[in-house]
Unconditional design. Structure first.
Length: 447
């Protein structure tokens, strides 16, 4: 997300909306005529509703509803935020907030979980990616906006909220009563998997994520040199674009990290890496899955394109668009999709996602059900999602699927895990595989 100052608002939003779809101050005469006709039609309908509707209506609420309808018809990520909602968003990106800790979207007019944030009340309660929230405190969520839903899910720490969930395999709605808690902004945790091999988990991208990750890496190095690092971006719903650029920059010394392209020239931006001076040269394996979205896809794509890391897991979510947060004069905010972003090789992942270098299922393939209830909702499944308009440069389409790696195929007499480590990671086939891959990179060449 970007945040624009109020001074840019009239130039970037009012003129394109009122003076024509071309987004220019003068506009084409035909476009202007059509726009004014439609505005007159809207005015006439509003007047008829005010005079004839069975109950008296509030014109301000009616117009606000029309604005919401306009934005939701554009794409799933554009929205209008009332002043209170806008304040909550600002707090979320730089401070803590109280809630249950889930990333949500709208699919088929139903509130749907993209992924729970690890360690939060929702995660601990067993909420899963793909769950459909049918009711919040008994109120149906069909046609409820994302902003309204978020407002209902948040609340004071220690207060309960009951959500009614439908999940594949459920015979009826299941109620989950979740106690709200402070959702921490510290989005990085790290540990040593075994001597020489580190693990860093990034759960979302906030303003301090890059700094937190850097501190954690230094703590890991304080325990000894690293022969490899697992960077875990699974179920990471994204966050701030700038934060993802800074995280990528930690591991890259040069080259483009990500580029954005929109209708306005100001939206065509390239973000490049700089020499950090840290000199990290250890191998990296990045883990992704269907809950890896937006900013986390930027990091995975940047490290993959620069061949700085091997990406393992499953296809990511596929949110390749940039939302600009535009403050309004009355304290409200407009969240508007203004650009698509592209990986360093010029690849658009919109509605497609990052393809891992090797497919590694969550559980061994032999045990994975074809109707896995953990199957992720993806960008391409969302109503009104932006289409993938192609890459910045033409390239040959790869017809071959990435190889699938199962844990057992990697285990040999030369690549083994300590029994204690294996027991600790036994429920996470992807993490075990990542560690085995890192260890295989450090094996001496066969004679």
């Amino acid at each position: 997300m970007h945040i624009l100052k109020k001074t840019f608002y009239h130039a970037l939003v009012i003129l394109p909306l009122l003076l024509g779809s071309g987004g220019q101050a003068h506009g084409e005469p035909d476009d202007l005529t059509e726009t004014y006709k439609n505005l007159e039609l809207f005015s006439n309908i509003l007047s008829i509703v005010q005079q004839n509707y069975v109950d008296e209506i509030d014109s301000s609420e009616a117009i606000e509803g029309a604005i919401k309808g306009l934005l939701i018809s554009l794409d799933p990520h554009s929205s209008y935020m009332k002043p209170d909602d806008f304040k909550e968003l600002q707090v979320e990106t730089k401070g803590s907030f109280s809630g249950i800790g889930i990333e949500i979207t709208i699919k088929d007019d139903l509130l749907t979980v993209v992924s729970p944030i690890e360690g939060t009340p929702a995660f601990k309660a067993g909420i899963e990616a793909g769950d459909r929230i049918i009711k919040i405190e008994g109120e149906a969520t069909k046609e409820m906006s994302l902003v309204e839903a978020v407002k209902k899910l948040r609340g004071n720490k220690g207060t309960p909220v009951t959500i009614s969930i439908h999940r594949e395999g459920f015979l009826k709605l299941e109620d989950f009563t979740i106690i709200r808690d402070v959702i921490p902004i510290h989005s990085v945790r790290a540990s040593i998997l075994e001597p020489g091999y580190g693990y860093a988990r990034v759960t979302n991208f906030q303003r301090n994520t890059a700094g937190d990750l850097q501190k954690k890496l230094q703590e890991l190095l304080g325990e000894g040199p690293l022969a490899g690092l697992v960077l875990d971006l699974r179920n990471n719903p994204g966050g701030l674009l700038d934060s993802s650029v800074k995280v990528s920059d930690i591991f890259l010394d040069k080259g483009i990290i990500v580029s954005t392209k929109g209708r306005l020239p100001d939206q065509d931006i390239e973000f490049s890496a700089h020499s950090s001076g840290f000199g990290y040269d250890f191998p990296i394996v990045v883990l992704i899955n269907g809950g890896t979205a937006s900013a986390s896809e930027i990091v995975a794509g940047a490290l993959q394109d620069h061949k700085r890391a091997l990406v393992l897991g499953t296809q990511s979510f596929g949110k390749g668009s940039v939302q600009t947060i535009i403050p309004m004069a009355d304290g409200a905010g407009l969240r508007l999709t203004t650009a698509r972003y592209y990986t360093p090789n010029g690849t658009s992942i919109q509605a497609k996602g990052i393809t891992p270098d090797a497919i590694v299922p969550k559980v061994p393939e032999a045990e994975e059900s074809p109707k896995d209830p953990m199957k992720f909702l993806r960008e391409k499944d969302l109503r009104f999602h932006l289409e993938n308009v192609g890459d910045l440069t033409e390239r040959e389409e790869k017809s071959e699927e990435p190889p699938a790696i199962s844990e057992t195929r990697l285990i040999s007499e030369r690549v083994v895990l300590d029994d204690e480590i294996r027991e600790k990671l036994q429920d996470d086939n992807q993490l075990i595989t990542a560690l085995l891959v890192l260890k295989s990179m450090n094996l001496p060449a066969a004679e």
